[in-house]
Design a protein around this ligand. Structure first.
Ligand code: 5AD
Ligand code: SF4
Length: 434
């Protein structure tokens, strides 16, 4: 039986796609291996969101070229967003790559892998297919208390900085009842937490079901303790969805709500479709309807035209909102996007300075928020042994914070923990029994 080794780069959607590919390939006689040295097939499931992600893959491909030289029968493939984005450059920079397969081509992997490679060209599966949802394929999921379930694919928003709509194609949703069935199956296998995934997950719609309906239906599945989703777009946070978040206790009190910038001028140029005031009104509503809800975000610094005043507005917004955590990025021009033609006018050292300022600001806010939790009890969904100290266990709070605690516990169990110490990234405490 041939073996396949997959390395995954980028977001949670890519990890879920890797599980999908592995499930599909196992149905065609492949088994998974964790060692590239002996694998018959090596796939890099790649990301194109920033230049850095692509540079890492190009470096890794150069390393893997050695395997290919030693074992000419090895099949080396690049899948995912970067295969779609950099088709020509990949063929030129890494001509030894046998296979380029984009996010809508995974169904063809077994067929492409079985074919003899032609003289010059790698096999390609790069046609975007707006109807492809892989709804009928069975993912090979990593066992664990948490499972990621893709509910929609693609994106129609075309934010001016973002490559996703070009490499993942148009928005499409999976059938709602089948998704609920899938969650039922996962619950029967011991899954306690479900994370719904989609590039703009709250744009989900299937027949009469919107995302709020999908959440409500899933919340009824017995055995599931927590339900999360990522990433929503602020403009698709409908009143019905806010109601569902407020009404369903198993929908975790935590939301990743990418803001990107705190300046209206920059938001307009980014094509984000909301103002700072609208975003803050949304946050206020969420906090009113679901008290204590933890918020995280994405911010880009150094977008073309972002000046000191714009940046100061972003800092001020972060001070006002006080996110639990934030993913902070330097703008990276992506060929093919609308913003690409505006160049990259903010100097590299200025971008670095802005990024450092936001990192320091967020670190201090996260540390303060977590410090205020010391003495509180939190309910922890136990995942497994902590990396350290030896003998301790680790899990996540409802807000998705990592909690390390002393005391016996079993993965999948909900344990009450009294928080004793905190950092900006995690909480430490003691399990309370009885
Ligand atoms: N440059 C920097 N960051 C980007 N993101 C998306 N595109 C770019 C880009 N060209 C960030 C956004 C998005 C997150 C997943 O990645 O903040 O929310
Ligand atoms: Fe990219 Fe914007 Fe779509 Fe998010 S909503 S994937 S940032 S285009």
């Amino acid at each position: 039986m041939p073996s396949v080794y997959v390395e995954t780069y980028g977001c949670q959607m890519n990890l879920a796609d890797t599980e999908l590919m592995l499930g599909h390939l196992s149905g065609h006689g492949y088994y998974r291996t964790d060692t590239p040295e002996t694998a018959d097939v090596i796939l890099l499931n790649t990301c194109a969101i920033r230049e850095h992600a692509e540079a890492r893959v190009l470096g890794r491909l150069a390393e893997l070229a050695g395997h290919k030289r030693r074992r000419p029968d090895l099949r080396l493939g690049v899948t995912g967003c970067m295969a779609q984005h950099l088709r020509a450059r990949l063929a030129e920079r890494a001509p030894y790559v046998d296979l380029l397969v984009g996010p809508d081509g995974y169904r063809r992997l077994p067929e492409l892998l079985a074919a003899e490679r032609g003289e010059r060209d790698p096999y390609v599966g790069l046609r975007l297919d707006p109807a492809e949802t892989y709804a009928d394929l069975v993912a090979a999921r990593e066992p664990g208390v948490r499972a990621w379930v893709t509910v929609m694919r693609g994106c129609d928003r075309f934010c001016t900085f973002c490559i996703v709509p070009y490499v993942r194609g148009r928005e499409r949703s999976l059938p709602g009842p089948a998704l609920v069935e899938e969650v039922r199956r996962l619950a029967a296998l011991g899954t306690r937490e479900i994370v719904f995934l989609g590039q703009t997950v709250n744009a989900y719609h299937d027949g009469g079901w919107d995302f709020a309906e999908l959440l409500r239906r899933t919340a009824e599945v017995p055995g599931i303790a927590r339900l999360r989703f990522t990433s929503p777009h602020p403009s698709d946070m409908s009143p019905r969805l806010i109601d569902a978040i407020a009404d369903c206790p198993i929908v975790a009190p935590q939301l990743h709500l990418p803001v990107q910038s705190g300046s209206d001028r920059v938001l307009a140029r980014m094509g984000r479709d909301y103002t700072v005031a609208a975003y803050e009104a949304l946050v206020a509503r969420l906090r009113q309807r679901r008290p204590g809800i933890a918020l995280t975000t994405d911010v880009i610094v150094g977008f073309p035209g972002e000046d000191d005043t714009d940046f100061a507005a972003t800092e001020a917004l972060m001070h006002r909102i006080r996110y639990d955590a934030a993913f902070l990025f330097k703008y990276s021009p992506r060929e093919g996007t609308r913003a690409f033609r505006w160049g990259d006018p903010v100097a590299a050292d200025e971008k670095a300075r802005r990024l450092q300022r936001l990192i320091a600001l967020q670190e201090s806010i996260s540390a303060e928020i977590n410090r205020a939790l010391v003495g509180d009890e939190v309910e922890v969904l136990v995942e497994g042994p902590a990396r350290r100290p030896a003998g301790w266990m680790a899990g996540r709070s409802p807000a998705m914070k990592t909690v390390v605690f002393a005391g016996p516990a079993t993965p999948g169990e909900l344990v009450r923990v009294r928080v004793e110490t905190s950092t900006s990234h995690s909480l430490t405490g003691l399990a309370l029994r009885g």
